[in-house]
Design a protein around this ligand. Structure first.
Ligand SMILES: C[S@@+](CC[C@H](N)C(=O)[O-])C[C@H]1O[C@@H](n2cnc3c(N)ncnc32)[C@H](O)[C@@H]1O
Length: 274
């Protein structure tokens, strides 16, 4: 089936599919993504009992909800607790004390949070640094509704929780009753996070009075085209407080390095200059 579909996918069809993904998500997918697109579409075509990709493209044209399903298939959602630990240690050591010293509530955003591991990691770090005084709030967002539902549930396998330091794990997780090898994030932590669907390729639907002190957008920009990336960085700049921080994935410093509005700190962390 897979190879059949791949062989039957014409260049025009492939370009049409890439165009849909790119215009919605801001990605730069091109013909080199043929295999990825075909592989990810296989199961969906079976579910819908659709025999070929031409029919599927017709379906995408007739049904805007199917476009959402298609977009979700094409996002890559790999994530983990305490991912890029070295970078988080820098945040812990040098940034959290600065944020804690502010005489007000601090706002953090995990943009492109996937199934929530990054947001819960940040919440554990903030809770620890702020000694549970409740002076911080985390927005966690993604375009993928399925992943957001998983994030809100906050239930993870023993494999997923294995990199959480022991002291955090004992404090913030509990075994899920009736489920073997599954752990749920405690309410104390869940209360600190608001999960929302936000497309980073569109104007942010965020209350006008909110300004963030730190934005994490890690391992999201790699898929974006240069133009969408630049627009997104501009929007992050506008919604950060002066002296706020932007934390990117350690492999994606990209254009921000050359942008005078940002001061590069260590490990893909940038300071919004005043
Ligand atoms: C590889 S995961 C990264 C998760 C987490 N930030 C981390 O570093 O572990 C990338 C996430 O970005 C989301 N994403 C991709 N394009 C997006 C867009 N245009 N708007 C919002 N989220 C997007 C995907 O759905 C996916 O969950």
């Amino acid at each position: 089936m897979l190879l059949e579909n791949e062989a039957r996918l014409s260049e025009m069809e492939l370009l049409r599919l890439c165009e849909i993904v790119n215009s919605r998500l801001g990605f730069s997918y091109g013909p080199e993504k043929k295999m990825l697109i075909v592989t990810r579409l296989e199961r969906r075509l079976r579910q819908l009992n659709i025999g070929n990709i031409s029919q599927y493209i017709q379906r995408l044209q007739d049904d805007p909800l199917e476009v959402n399903e298609f977009i979700e298939l094409l996002t890559t959602n790999v994530t983990s607790f305490f991912r890029e630990k070295h970078q988080l240690e820098i945040v812990n050591r040098t940034i959290l004390p600065v944020l804690k010293a502010k005489d007000r509530k601090v706002f953090c955003w995990s943009a492109g949070c996937s199934s929530g591991e990054e947001a819960y990691t940040l919440s554990m770090m903030f809770s620890d640094a702020f000694s549970g005084d409740g002076r911080f709030s985390i927005l966690a967002s993604d375009i993928n509704v399925q992943k957001l539902k998983e994030a809100m549930k906050g239930v993870y396998s023993s494999e997923a929780v294995k990199d959480i330091p022991d002291n955090y794990f004992r404090r913030y997780f509990m075994p899920l009753p009736g489920e073997q090898e599954s752990y749920q994030v405690r309410n104390e932590l869940r209360r600190t996070i608001t999960f929302r669907k936000i497309n980073l390729n569109e104007e942010f639907d965020i209350p006008a009075n909110i300004r963030f002190d730190i934005i994490f957008c890690r391992n999201v920009l790699i898929y974006f085209s240069k133009a969408s990336r630049e627009q997104l960085i501009d929007r992050f700049h506008a919604i950060l407080n002066d002296g706020g921080y932007l934390v990117l994935g350690t492999c994606e410093t990209m254009d921000v390095h050359r942008d005078p509005r940002w001061k590069p700190l260590k490990n893909s962390i940038f300071l919004k200059r005043v």
